[in-house]
Design a protein around this ligand. Structure first.
Ligand SMILES: [Zn+2]
Ligand SMILES: [Zn+2]
Length: 293
């Protein structure tokens, strides 16, 4: 059997590429997006694998860009958010001529896109005849942003919204972001909503976490209607764990806390059991000694 290429490249059209790290290279199998304008290109996310020998991301992206040598089209590397599975490939671009890496922490995101009133307001990136809107969507991650391409109507939602687990770091922020996104897309055409991962099969079942095998994996695109449902999906979230409309919603810090408490309770019970068994054994030994005396 031929080994899978580590990086899959799908041309959505002549100027738009969907890239994905193969499940065999990383269970995260994140998606990355390359949008090419007439003067600049934008790469959204750099994936989960740093080593260029294992994951030739920069090499592949540069090959897709127009121009040769010094006339290669300039590239801006941005991120939906700062989780490592979306930025591990950054070092591959850091010393590349013509490439600018916008780091994913809140300070860099705010200053590069000139967000004066984060998380309110919008920013734009002009790639030359192709304008990309940038929207703050914190909730999964404090500096999470989403991108809307006016040319194709594609909406890039990262881990804020994807077919699978919606991991929430801050419920109130996430709910507010969902409302802002709905306001934003209400009067705009959205052809497809593309997230950072696919974690669901075609029947709507979520694959186990960490799985490197996705039988019957559903397609990547979600619809504008799916996105419009997000506030309702998040409304009434109990702040710990919920399943709604095929989406699994998990508040990670709270879940970790609950797991921690559960582990502590089990530990205390285990210690109490050992103490009780030891006492019982000592009592039995004493009784036996008395009987022999
Ligand atoms: Zn994430
Ligand atoms: Zn992710």
């Amino acid at each position: 059997m031929k080994p899978h290429p580590p990086l899959e490249v799908h041309a959505y059209n002549d100027h738009t590429y969907i890239l994905r790290e193969n499940l065999c290279a990383t269970f995260e199998a994140p998606f990355m997006y390359l949008l090419v304008g007439s003067s600049k290109a934008l790469l959204i996310d750099t994936g989960d694998v740093a080593d260029p020998k294992r994951m030739p991301l920069a090499q592949t992206v540069m090959r897709l860009l127009p121009g040769e040598g010094a006339s290669k089209m300039p590239l801006i590397v941005v991120h939906t958010h700062g989780h490592l599975d979306h930025r591990a490939g950054d070092p591959q671009f850091e010393h590349l001529p013509g490439a600018t890496v916008v780091y994913a922490d809140l300070d860099h995101v705010r200053s590069y896109f000139h967000f004066a009133d984060w998380p309110n307001g919008l920013a734009q990136v002009d790639l030359g005849g192709r304008i990309i809107d940038v929207l703050p969507v914190p909730g999964h991650y404090p500096s999470h942003i989403a991108f809307y391409d006016r040319t194709t109507g594609l909406f890039f939602s990262g881990d804020f919204f994807l077919p699978g687990r919606l991991l929430i770091d801050d419920t109130a922020e996430d709910q507010a972001s969902a409302k802002r996104v709905v306001d934003f897309v209400a009067n705009r055409p959205v052809s497809q909503v593309l997230g950072g991962h696919v974690e669901m099969d075609r029947a709507g079942n979520t694959f186990p976490f960490g799985s490197t095998y996705h039988p019957g994996e559903r397609a990547l695109p979600m619809s504008k209607a799916d996105l419009l449902r997000l506030p309702a999906i998040l409304d009434g979230f109990n702040g710990l764990y919920a399943e709604h409309d095929g989406f699994t919603i998990i508040h990670q810090p709270h879940e970790m806390m609950a797991l921690g408490v559960a582990a502590l309770v089990i530990l205390v019970l285990a210690i109490a059991l050992v103490v009780w068994l030891v006492r019982r054994w000592k009592r039995a030994r004493r009784r036996r000694a008395l009987a022999l005396a």
